[in-house]
Design a protein around this ligand. Structure first.
Ligand SMILES: *[C@@H]1O[C@H](CO)[C@@H](O)[C@H](O)[C@H]1NC(C)=O
Ligand SMILES: *[C@@H]1O[C@H](CO)[C@@H](O)[C@H](O)[C@H]1NC(C)=O
Length: 331
């Protein structure tokens, strides 16, 4: 009898302890649910340890009053920084050869205090690139779509997948350069619509011939490397730009809000491409309004404010491209 009662107590005790979940466990459970994360039992143990480790780092960052931006839980919180870099950023690509005229200076551009093309209805919605290294194609195509929308008034969605599959100067889901994609589109003078040639997030056989192209003319140029003053003028005048940046840091991986500044950022080792849709300031702190391509659950509804005039932090103006004189051509 005594043994039985003891056994019962042990059983109750064990099941009680098993039920009480730590705060981290509850957060991990909510995280899994929110981002549809399904793991094998072994993987779950590993992912939970990474998650806890990241939570600590996030907490430490947010407690430091000198930081003007906040970190938090997003779809990458179960990845180490190395895993995140490998899965979501571009590897070092072979340097692309020069194509034609890349820089055009216009001294008469006006400046504004703040510009946000999003408010003008010419910026495409945030895309989730998935595990395809297509940021370069996305940001390039969005520059073209915006430039055409500024001219025409209507935002026409063009095919990003066509660039991934057909631009043989790039490497599909393994990466590429926005400038290469822009030059390719400029030479093509047209594109399938996004509806006719939808995004699959995989490199596939080129199917350009299967659609009736939407014809357009564009002229694309680079911002004078590193010149954020000129970049702001160009943005105010011509619309969104594509920028290649260093997105490799833990602070970028887990960014949720505020003005991003990373002291360890490189302005020459660039591993990601984004769309700069405007700029503004908060007191003395100036920022670029940047659309990312990791879905709307990342950052501020898919956006990040990146430091402006802080010595080209993360290379925002190192390899920035824009288009002008965009218009649809009749078939
Ligand atoms: C450009 O705008 C006009 C209306 O102003 C519209 O009829 C036309 O379809 C647009 N062009 C394209 C290619 O969408
Ligand atoms: C940057 O661009 C501005 C505006 O175009 C120009 O006035 C300035 O001289 C440029 N700065 C450098 C370092 O080239």
């Amino acid at each position: 009898m005594k043994v039985f009662i003891l056994a019962l107590f042990i059983l109750l005790f064990v099941s009680f302890v098993g039920c009480v979940k730590s705060k981290e466990e509850l957060m991990f459970k909510a995280f899994q649910k929110k981002f549809n994360k399904v793991y094998s039992p072994n993987e779950k143990i590993y992912r939970f340890s990474v998650f806890k480790d990241n939570l600590n780092k996030i907490h430490q960052h947010n407690q430091n009053p000198n930081n003007k931006f906040q970190l938090g839980i997003n779809q990458f919180t179960d990845l180490t920084n190395k895993e995140y870099q490998e899965l979501y950023l571009m590897n070092e690509l072979p340097k692309r050869k020069q194509i034609g005229k890349e820089y055009e200076y216009d001294p008469n551009l006006p400046t504004d205090d703040c510009v946000d093309w999003k408010d003008k209805g010419v910026v495409p919605n945030v895309i989730d690139q998935g595990q395809c290294g297509s940021c370069w194609a996305i940001s390039a195509m969005e520059v073209i779509e915006s430039c055409l929308a500024i001219d025409n008034g209507s935002l026409v969605k063009l095919s990003i997948q066509e660039i991934i599959d057909c631009d043989d100067g790039s490497y599909g889901c393994n990466g590429g350069w926005p400038k290469q994609a822009l030059k390719w589109e400029q030479e093509q003078g047209g594109s399938c619509s996004a509806e006719d040639y939808p995004y699959t997030g995989m490199t596939e056989r080129c199917k350009s011939n299967s659609c009736k192209p939407i014809k357009f003319s564009i002229e694309c140029f680079q911002v004078l490397t590193g010149n954020e003053t000129e970049m702001a003028q160009i943005c105010a005048q011509y619309g969104p730009l594509s920028a290649a940046i260093d997105a490799s840091h833990f602070s970028f991986q887990t960014y949720v809000s505020g003005i991003y500044y990373e002291k360890d950022c490189s302005s020459t080792n660039l591993d990601h491409a984004v769309l700069v849709v405007g700029y503004c300031n908060s007191g003395d702190d100036k920022y670029w309004i940047v659309q990312n391509s990791w879905g709307s659950s990342w950052g501020m509804q898919g956006y990040i404010w990146m430091s402006r005039d802080k010595n080209n932090n993360c290379g925002i103006a190192t390899d920035a491209w824009y288009c002008k004189d965009c218009h649809f051509d009749s078939n």
